[in-house]
Write a protein that binds this ligand. Structure first.
Ligand SMILES: Cc1cc2nc3c(=O)[nH]c(=O)nc-3n(C[C@H](O)[C@H](O)[C@H](O)COP(=O)(O)OP(=O)(O)OC[C@H]3O[C@@H](n4cnc5c(N)ncnc54)[C@H](O)[C@@H]3O)c2cc1C
Length: 478
């Protein structure tokens, strides 16, 4: 019997693929022996971050059995919300919805009860490191200074990169005048891609650095009532089907994809068998080699994995006894020489109705640079706030500081493209290896954010069924 061709399904609907799979399976019931001798395949998903949970929800709600294995004792991965005693939330990982146009996360916010508020950029205070508030009118002087430096760099002469800035241009520009956090992080590369030399005369570059020139549809939205509602909602939906088994605190050590099934070894000795798997291990974990693939992944995949890099983006969260600062949405601090960065401190109280005396700052560093010591970093920010508000300052109640680069189940905050890498590296990492499929923010062609993680999870659900179909067809052809 000739196997039927896999239908061309334009939107890669998981439902249609599964339907076709079941139909084929039924017709070939006597011709093919199912690898694990079961009527329906079991898909193993490694990692319960947004990508893994999205895939789990898609597969289970369309009738497939899923085993979800997660090393941490919680779901969510790089979404990590902490609830404060007053009911407010702080986010130690992702906090924003980046843009609303065509962003599935924004569309999902209602369903998963996320309260999203525009990240108002006009209601901000700007300070220097001595704690002096800078009059916004004085910014004009800074802007013209910035323009002079741009002019002196004579960037328009460049012929190689058409009308785009190169990363080196931006570095030189920043070093001459105002250092930006992007220098030490991967952001500089995306910044370089976005900003054209034509825009020089419009002061856009400077305002971009202050985050002020974005259109509404591109701007950021803050999730104020716990991003965990999204991941927990997806998890609950998958569980409600009765087709999901979740194993938390289960660290995968080895993935064997050599045979007609996937065999995964968990730390402690447990072994799980499945018909196919979706691997959502973060880029940093793949790079570290802490999880063994048997057989080894192809040279081209390993090369792509090692070509991309990880931004180190951490959060310092300070909870005070009472609010003692002005009700700005956030505070910009012009160039901190210790951190070699501009600072952006978010005032949570501005966005939440709950009285939450919490300030959140993001700290970026290159892969080799860490915030020295927790205590040092906390004091650094507390002292800065003391200088900003000497008369009203109130004591610190509690603090949090993240080290995503040292977290064995993240090993970095999110991927970025260093010089020499391209989006084809993301696609090379995403390419399935037989019944082993890859997902996660780093596998998407618009990587680094939650939207990428979500889309990769969604696509991997269809991909894993498609791969199984190919395998069954190949068996039927024999
Ligand atoms: C500080 C910070 C701020 C951010 N801010 C934003 C933001 O505002 N907006 C935005 O869109 N994005 C933001 N991001 C990026 C966003 O959080 C990530 O892109 C996204 O969460 C990645 O989802 P994922 O499913 O690909 O990976 P993850 O969420 O990392 O999921 C992978 C899962 O695999 C698990 N795992 C790892 N190793 C093993 C193992 N050996 N065995 C079993 N399980 C394992 C991990 O524990 C994890 O749960 C931020 C990230 C950080 C760190």
């Amino acid at each position: 019997m000739l196997p039927e061709e896999i239908p061309k399904i334009s939107n890669k609907s998981v439902k249609d693929l599964i339907h076709f799979y079941m139909h084929l399976k039924h017709k070939q019931h006597h011709a093919i022996e199912a690898p694990s001798n079961k009527d329906e395949p079991t898909i193993l998903i490694i990692g319960a971050g947004l990508s893994g949970l999205t895939a789990a929800k898609e597969l289970t709600t369309h009738g497939l059995n899923v085993i979800l294995v997660e090393a941490r004792e919680r779901v969510g991965g790089r979404i990590h919300s902490v609830k404060l005693p007053n009911g407010a939330y702080i986010e130690l990982g992702a906090q924003f919805v980046h843009g609303i146009k065509n962003n599935p996360l924004y569309s999902m916010s209602e369903k998963y009860h996320l309260e999203v508020k525009p990240y108002v950029r006009s209601d901000w205070g700007i300070f220097d490191m001595e704690g002096n508030e800078i009059n916004k009118n004085d910014l004009n002087a800074l802007v013209s200074e910035y323009k002079d430096v741009i002019k002196s760099l004579n960037l328009t002469r460049r012929s190689d990169n058409k009308d785009r800035f190169t990363v080196e241009d931006l570095k030189e520009l920043d070093l001459k005048l105002l250092k930006h956090k992007a220098i030490e992080s991967g952001d500089l590369h995306s910044l370089a891609k976005m900003i054209t030399i034509k825009e020089l005369n419009e002061e856009k570059l400077f305002y971009y650095k202050l985050g002020l020139n974005k259109k509404e549809s591109e701007s950021n939205y803050v999730v104020v009532n716990g991003y965990n509602k999204l991941v927990e909602g997806l998890h609950q939906e998958a569980k409600a089907t009765g087709r999901l088994q979740t194993f938390l605190s289960s660290e995968v050590e080895k993935i064997n994809h050599a045979h007609e099934e996937i065999v995964v070894h968990i730390k402690g000795g447990e072994v799980i068998h499945a018909d196919a798997a979706i691997c959502t291990l973060p880029l940093g974990v793949l790079q570290s080699g802490s999880v063994i693939f048997e057989p080894l992944l192809s040279e081209s995949k390993i090369k792509a994995i090692n070509t991309l890099k990880n931004v180190v983006h951490n959060k310092v969260v300070l909870e005070f006894e009472e609010v003692f600062w002005d009700n700005y949405s956030h505070f910009v601090v012009l160039y901190d020489p210790t951190l070699e960065a501009w600072l952006d401190i978010i005032n949570l109280q501005y966005f939440s109705e709950l009285k939450t005396p919490v300030l959140v700052t993001s700290v970026y560093a290159g892969p080799d640079k860490k915030i020295a010591k927790d205590k040092y970093a906390i004091n650094h920010f507390v002292n800065l706030l003391k200088r900003m508000y000497p008369d009203t300052f109130r004591p610190l109640r509690k603090s949090w500081i993240t080290h995503w680069e040292d977290d064995p189940f993240a090993m970095g905050s999110y991927s970025y493209h260093p010089e020499g890498s391209t989006l084809d590296d993301n696609s090379a990492i995403a390419k399935p290896v037989g019944r082993l499929v890859f997902a996660g923010e780093h596998t998407n062609r618009s990587p680094s954010n939650l939207q990428a993680a979500y889309l990769s999870g969604f696509e991997s659900a269809a991909q894993v069924v498609e791969q199984l179909l190919h395998i069954y067809q190949a068996v039927a052809r024999k």
